[in-house]
Design a protein around this ligand. Structure first.
Ligand code: ADP
Ligand code: ASP
Ligand code: MG
Length: 405
């Protein structure tokens, strides 16, 4: 018996039948004597459809109004799930992000949770209510509704688990857990029984959308007891936990991020301070830069290329083009026809053979690498988008990740 936070994603609550299935699982947990807090996402593709609807009205709506719109999806889910539980005779109450005390900053569309006032939730739990909370949303100091960024319901769940000091945070989704690669891209991918917070954070940040990366950051910070499981069966899932207790494996997984763009700043003067000026302009606009390559100088000029997320491309181009003379560049070129493919694992960098093996797999498949970057636990390469599924598969094969467990 304890306090359990369960999160059910969009596909787990997509229609009436699935909502009733979720209601059944929640009730089972409650009947065991636990206090249960449930976080739900919008049903199925609701959030995508709401984005499309906005586009039909205004191609560039304000972020504030987008948040008012997108937060409605989760509100539908909490009411429907509460009704499903009510029907079976169990005490339940649904709460919006505001009612659940989830305070965020004012970065509409990508807000961060600042604090959670747990008083209301504890009051409801004391009354033995099952508490259903809308994922992905909070409110800011202007009393506006905010959202946490795509996939943000995971973060609501982990933040609640941390604040409520829950015994367990279960993330229910449409796959059995975290795999060595997205099973939709690599059918042979194998499920991991466990993964460290650090490895999971890299995978999530590099395109494995099974968990929102901020949720993993919070889980690590507050040492939340966390498991990713399927809402469609009773398989054990993947435990995400602190590094010391996880078996050391060289490569844990392969992932792909196609939501990126490459920018090339061409013909910049070959002298000190150029990179500083360029990247501080971007930093001021809060634009994160990833893979960076600087060409060898010729004719006293050089080119600097780097990747940004696809969503920040327009902003980056605007700031660079309006500062061409400050940077001392001749022209800016960009392309969004690339994907970033990465391997993640505690042994990624300290073992010299790993990078060579990854590059050889790509070479054998005739896939060209445009950029490379490495860190303590990952190696990323930039490849043509059209090659990216194949790249993930050949790398997965080469490291024999299908037989990892
Ligand atoms: P939910 O709606 O439950 O939050 P998401 O669609 O956000 O579900 O995340 C689950 C999906 O993440 C899976 O269906 C799978 O295609 C994808 N995915 C990407 N990488 C991985 C991975 N390494 N392991 C498992 N699933 C992954
Ligand atoms: N509904 C939101 C989205 O689709 C949040 C979530 O599902 O986690 O991104
Ligand atoms: Mg998700």
């Amino acid at each position: 018996m304890g306090l359990i936070v369960q999160k059910y994603g969009g596909s787990s609550v997509a229609d009436a039948e699935r909502l009733l299935n979720v209601a059944g699982r929640v009730i089972e947990t409650y009947k065991e004597g636990n206090s249960v807090v449930v976080v739900v996402s919008a049903q199925g593709d609701t959030t995508d459809h709401l984005i499309e609807k906005a586009g039909e009205i205004n191609p560039s709506p304000s972020k504030r109004e987008m948040d008012v719109l997108l937060s409605t999806g989760e509100q539908v889910s909490i009411a429907l799930l509460a009704m499903a539980i009510e029907k079976q005779g169990y005490p339940v109450i649904s709460l919006t992000g505001y009612q659940a005390g989830i305070a965020t900053d004012s970065n509409y569309g990508a807000s961060r949770i600042k604090s959670i006032d747990t008083e209301r939730i504890f009051r409801e739990l004391d009354r033995r209510n099952i508490v259903i909370v809308a994922g992905f949303q909070g409110w800011n100091r202007f009393d506006d509704i905010t959202t946490l960024g795509r996939g943000g319901s995971d973060t609501t769940a982990v933040a609640l688990a941390a604040s409520l000091k829950a015994d367990l945070c279960e993330i229910y989704t449409d796959v059995d857990g975290v795999y060595t690669a997205d099973p939709r891209i690599v059918p042979k991918a194998s499920k991991l029984n466990e993964i460290s917070f650090d490895e999971m954070l890299e995978l999530a940040s590099l395109g494995a959308n099974v968990l929102h990366n901020r949720s993993v950051e919070l889980a690590k910070k507050y040492n939340v007891n966390m498991v990713v499981r399927s809402s469609f069966n009773n398989n054990p899932g993947t435990v995400v936990k602190e590094v010391g207790s996880v078996e050391k494996i060289l490569i844990r997984g392969v992932t792909r991020d196609s939501n990126i763009a490459r920018i090339a700043v061409m013909g910049v003067e070959d002298k000190p301070g150029v990179a500083f000026r360029l990247f501080s302009l971007l930093a001021k606009e809060n634009i994160s830069v990833d893979l960076i390559i600087q060409s060898i100088g010729r004719d006293n000029t050089k080119d600097i290329s780097f990747t940004v997320s696809r969503d920040s491309l327009d902003k980056a181009l605007l700031v660079l083009n309006s500062n061409l003379s400050l940077i001392g560049a001749k022209e800016i070129d960009f392309s969004d026809s690339y994907s970033k493919v990465s391997i993640v694992g505690a042994g990624a960098v300290n073992n010299p053979g790993i990078a060579a093996t990854m590059f050889e797999a790509l070479y054998d498949a005739d896939i060209n690498i445009h950029m490379i970057s490495t860190s303590e636990i990952k190696i990323s390469v930039l490849v043509d988008k059209k090659d990216s599924d194949r790249a993930v598969n050949v790398i997965h094969d080469r490291f024999k990740l299908d037989s990892l467990q």
